[in-house]
Design a protein. Structure first.
Length: 303
């Protein structure tokens, strides 16, 4: 029942009906709730291991998304790697939630995200921005507002990505050349959308001007994939990890309580990590329910 609820997203009432139809055994929703709560408790050693190991990875992917809990908006946070997944749910979106989880504050190498400003509060780690997210913004400016520089920058970023894939990490000279080409395109955009001067108040800027501010201020974060080959071009890892939780909401609806959301997040973290590390999920759940969950080994922290 835990597997069907947390991996296949069957709601409690449907699980009770499933048991009655398949096994001829009536089962209350409360019994399933109790089973997931016991599994949550038995996964405490796993949760501690993941919270310790994720920050040790050379690259950590971050994302967050709104989730309904007891009829109000909460935030689902993910911190993940190719081998580990941490999920946490919190009433807040920013640093209060991140501090409570204790993941990002312990990172000392690369974190990849989509420029949510709260992430930059953590200055002890290196920040790389998702360029796939940036490409979507540039595509909008080109297709909807005919900003030629936006198309040119998109083409440049894609070309640099393909070149990096082909040759590996850029040399210092190659990176300086790429940065020069990048700034040349951004200047073309600035000619059309000058930066707002100090003292002009809070008059609204266009989307193009706001994006150009970011392109200038975070140039090295955007091009981080060129000067360290460990850094990916996109934040797809986190987006893929968070997508299944959104699917769960569509199938089963919102969480009734914060505790229920936390239980689901821990069990789902366990299932996602087991899947990434090649473990059979049915056997992994059996071990968890029996009190002997799979504990991931410490990943290589990198140089």
């Amino acid at each position: 029942m835990v597997y069907l609820n947390d991996q296949q997203f069957l709601p409690y009432d449907r699980l009770a009906q499933f048991c009655a139809d398949i096994f001829g055994q009536p089962l209350s929703a409360g019994t399933v709730v109790a089973a997931t709560e016991r599994t949550f408790q038995k996964l405490e050693p796993f949760a501690q291991a993941v919270a310790t190991q994720v920050p040790q990875a050379p690259v950590v992917h971050l994302d967050e998304s709104g989730v309904r809990v007891a009829g109000t908006l909460h935030w689902l946070h993910v911190a993940s790697t190719a081998e580990l997944t941490f999920y946490g749910v919190h009433p807040k979106r920013g640093t209060e939630a991140m501090d409570a989880f204790g993941i990002i504050g312990a990172c000392r190498q690369w974190v990849v995200h989509d420029h949510w400003k709260a992430y930059f509060s953590y200055q002890q780690c290196l920040h790389a921005l998702c360029d796939e997210h940036l490409l979507r913004e540039l595509k909008f400016l080109w297709e909807e507002q005919q900003e030629v520089w936006a198309r040119q920058l998109s083409e440049l970023l894609v070309a640099l990505h393909r070149r990096r894939q082909k040759q590996g990490e850029f040399s210092q000279r190659q990176f300086k050349r790429a940065l020069k080409d990048y700034h040349a395109v951004v200047r073309r955009g600035r000619y059309r959308h000058p930066r707002r001067a100090a003292g002009q108040g809070r008059c609204a800027q266009s989307k193009a001007a706001n994006l150009l501010d970011r392109l200038e201020d975070f140039d090295c974060n955007i091009l981080a994939f060129l000067w360290d080959e460990r850094v990916p071009f996109t934040n797809n890892q986190a987006e893929q990890d968070i997508r299944m939780i959104k699917v769960r909401q569509k199938i089963s609806g919102c969480f009734r309580t914060l505790k229920g959301a936390q239980i689901f997040c821990r069990i789902r973290s366990y299932l996602s990590t087991c899947r990434k590390q090649g473990h059979n999920l049915w056997e992994s759940i059996q071990r968890a329910v029996a009190g002997d969950p799979f504990i991931p080994s410490t990943p290589h922290a990198g140089p």
